[in-house]
Design a protein around this ligand. Structure first.
Ligand SMILES: NC(=O)c1ccc[n+]([C@@H]2O[C@H](COP(=O)([O-])OP(=O)(O)OC[C@H]3O[C@@H](n4cnc5c(N)ncnc54)[C@H](O)[C@@H]3O)[C@@H](O)[C@H]2O)c1
Ligand SMILES: *[C@@H]1O[C@H](CO)[C@@H](O)[C@H](O)[C@H]1NC(C)=O
Length: 435
């Protein structure tokens, strides 16, 4: 594995490190010839015991170096394989079997449950890192579990694990949503973006191009690739070579990497540029979410304004509309065209905007929340810092509309009402239980 595996990742994230085996092998092979074979035998014993599947081990991922390889043994075993197979079993005619990465994430949970409900086989994978409160990820996991979706605990950089999953299930599709999200966090932990959004994506594509049959892949890029682009609304053909954050740069890199794997190996690849997704089970690091939390606590909230008191606005997109876009993309994805490391003919390569097409000023977002929560917000207006956020996003969605009839149908007022209802029941009840 490459040096990228040693880049710092989000705290609590799995560390994939196979070097102990290799160095051990090297050490043993350097002893006298007579003992070479017995040493190799010992090495294989080591490999067998440490690598052999153990379903009994439920150790939480640990960044303690001495326990690294134990953490990678949280998967495997006959019972585990059975759960994988059952979860991925197709239950409708012409259904898909879909590997969903980042399934314990906000979008991953909603997409997984929608696929499962319509009869597709779904298997999730997630490393449950603690970029934001992992108990929320565990709660989403429990929700999916009740719906019959199993989430394998592992990192997409773990090629051995991914290969194993493709050995067990001939996935027709991969819905790749695992990523290090967030724009500002990139300045604190840049390595985690390289680890998940670049190295992780490459490791996934490597396994997909070797799989037989190759799956079709739909994956999450981001509206942030438009960066400093000022032409609105943003159309897929607009320039995306001026990212304003490392997050955006890694998503842009992903789009170029997708091009390469499509070109060389014939992988069918569809990138989705989501525009500020919100809704129930959402992400606590996003403004609508922590505004809600802080307004309820009576804490002041930062409201950014652009240069010259300009408005900061977002094309907020409700999760159900995003899910429709993901399913539409999967349904119109053509098969990959490669096998044995070569493409037989050109394969499909697409990029779609998925937005709401109606930008709303952040001040309006706050007013809607005030009405829904019946609490006045303490607004702290400040200048938009130049650390990754762009002042304005607005999606042109006519391409997705043309290809699979995509149309967003939930306005911000309606969507936030559903979010707030979820928020109050999720956090409200918990506090009641704690008391
Ligand atoms: N929510 C938005 O507004 C938005 C906007 C644009 C793009 N996106 C993209 O959509 C996708 C889903 O976003 P989300 O909002 O659900 O984020 P999320 O953080 O809730 O979900 C991502 C999940 O991936 C998992 N993950 C991260 N790195 C991993 C790794 N190396 N191996 C295995 N699992 C890993 C995380 O634990 C998390 O559960 C991401 O690719 C994100 O960049 C989201
Ligand atoms: C939206 O994108 C389409 C191409 O998909 C383009 O033809 C159209 O002109 C764009 N609309 C605007 C308002 O930019």
């Amino acid at each position: 594995m490459s040096h990228l595996d040693h880049t710092p990742s989000t705290p609590g994230k799995f560390k994939i490190d196979k070097s102990p085996y290799y160095s051990r092998t090297r050490w043993h092979s350097s002893v006298a010839k007579l003992t070479l074979w017995s040493s190799l035998f010992v090495t294989f014993l080591f490999l067998f015991f440490y690598r052999s599947p153990s379903s009994s081990s439920n150790n939480p991922p640990s960044s303690d170096p001495s326990r690294r390889y134990l953490a990678s043994a949280t998967w495997g075993g006959a019972a585990w394989e059975k759960r994988v197979r059952t979860s991925a079993r197709i239950r409708s005619r012409n259904g898909f079997s879909v590997l969903v990465t980042g399934a314990a994430g906000f979008v991953g949970t909603h997409v997984s449950s929608a696929l499962k409900r319509r009869g597709d086989g779904v298997l999730g994978i997630d490393n449950f890192n603690d970029y934001y409160d992992p108990t929320l990820k565990r709660a989403r996991q429990a929700l999916l579990e009740r719906g019959g979706v199993f989430i394998v605990e592992g990192d997409i950089n773990d090629v051995a694990l991914l290969k194993k999953l493709f050995d067990i299930v001939p996935f027709t599709h991969v819905m790749h949503l695992a990523a290090q999200a967030g724009v500002r966090y990139a300045m604190q932990n840049p390595g985690s973006y390289v680890h998940s959004n670049i190295a992780g994506f490459v490791s996934l594509l490597e396994v997909c191009k070797d799989a037989d049959p190759q799956p079709a892949i739909v994956w999450a890029s981001s509206s942030s690739v438009y960066g400093l682009n000022t032409k609105v609304p943003f159309s897929e053909k607009d320039r995306t070579d001026q990212p304003a954050s490392l997050y955006a740069a890694t998503k842009k890199a992903g789009e170029e990497i997708a091009h390469t794997y499509n070109h060389i190996y014939g992988l069918s690849l569809t990138g989705l540029r989501f525009f500020t997704v919100y809704g129930p089970w959402g992400r606590p690091d996003m403004a609508y979410f922590f505004f809600t939390k802080d307004i309820l606590k009576g804490k002041s909230i930062p409201i950014f304004e652009a240069a010259n008191h300009g408005t900061v606005a977002r094309d907020f997109t409700y999760i159900d509309d995003i899910v429709k876009g993901c399913l539409g993309s999967l349904d119109t994805a053509e098969k990959s065209t490669g096998s044995g490391g070569k493409k037989k003919r050109p394969a499909q390569l697409r990029v779609f905007n998925l937005g709401n097409t109606s930008p709303v000023p952040v001040t309006d977002l706050v007013s809607i929340l005030e009405r829904l929560l019946k609490v006045k917000a303490k607004r702290n207006v400040m200048k938009l810092p130049r650390n990754g956020d762009v002042p304005y996003t607005h999606a042109n969605i006519s391409y997705a509309q043309k290809e699979f009839g995509y149309k967003a149908t939930t306005d911000l007022q309606t969507g936030l009402k559903k979010f707030v209802r979820w928020y109050l029941s999720y956090y409200g009840d918990k506090k009641a239980v704690a008391r």
